[in-house]
Design a protein around this ligand. Structure first.
Ligand SMILES: [Ca+2]
Ligand SMILES: [Ca+2]
Length: 222
């Protein structure tokens, strides 16, 4: 369903090849001629350790035939996204960026942001001011401030992901979109490092093992 080659692109194919090179720090670049406009059929990129850039151009998200970008990032077992950084941005003041865990977004994100934002794990309006910063922080609070306009309170009061732990193994569906007719060019860097072992599950394993050996011992003594 999410065949990475369903939208043929030499650069994507090359990037996917790079993405398989785990174990060594790599620079994977995902820059097909256009990232999917279809929320139900996002482009799918498998991340590798180190830097993974996604770049595109978006405009007219709310218009028929508009050009939003939908892509799903796959974090392999044992790895996590520890940082999302905006590395390039030109065009309108801010654009909408958001994500939800899963292979595709749970609702159609249009200019009616509420439909999408209610279900998203993180979202924010981002622009040139965020270049070089850690985007997990605006994403986790739903920061929709626009430079030069009166401040807007954050829209997410209860965090839906841990910006320090990052995004562990699994799939995450992203949207980058701009309602203005003037194209926004962007580049995002998804930085991948080894997943942090979860102490709770490690303890659970130790506890379960201890319980099983106790049962075995009791059975042997019976
Ligand atoms: Ca485009
Ligand atoms: Ca697109």
């Amino acid at each position: 369903m999410f065949d990475p080659f369903s939208r043929p692109s030499a650069s994507v194919a090359a990037a996917c090849g790079l993405a398989l090179a785990f174990g060594t720090q790599s620079l994977a670049q995902f820059s097909p001629p256009d990232i999917s406009n279809n929320v139900d059929e996002p482009d799918r990129f498998v991340l590798s350790e180190g830097s993974n850039t996604v770049s595109g151009s978006v405009s007219n998200a709310a218009q028929p035939g508009g050009d939003p970008d939908f892509f799903t990032l796959v974090v392999p077992d044992g790895w996590r996204i520890d940082r999302i950084e905006l590395t390039n941005y030109t065009g309108a003041a801010v654009s909408f960026f958001g994500f939800a865990e899963g292979d595709s977004l749970p609702a159609v994100p249009t200019q009616d942001g509420a439909t999408f934002t209610a279900e998203a794990d993180g979202f924010a309006l981002i622009g040139a001011d965020q270049i070089g910063g850690q985007l997990f922080f605006p994403l986790v609070i739903g920061d929709v401030n626009i430079p030069g306009e009166p401040p807007t309170p954050p829209l997410i009061s209860t965090p839906r992901f841990d910006p320090i732990a990052g995004l562990g193994p699994g799939s995450y569906a992203f949207v980058f979109e701009e309602t203005s007719a003037i194209a926004v060019n962007y580049e995002l860097d998804f930085q991948v490092s080894q997943a942090i072992p979860e102490p709770s599950s490690a303890l659970l394993t130790v506890g379960t093992t201890a319980l099983l050996s106790l049962r075995r011992r009791r059975r042997a003594n019976a």
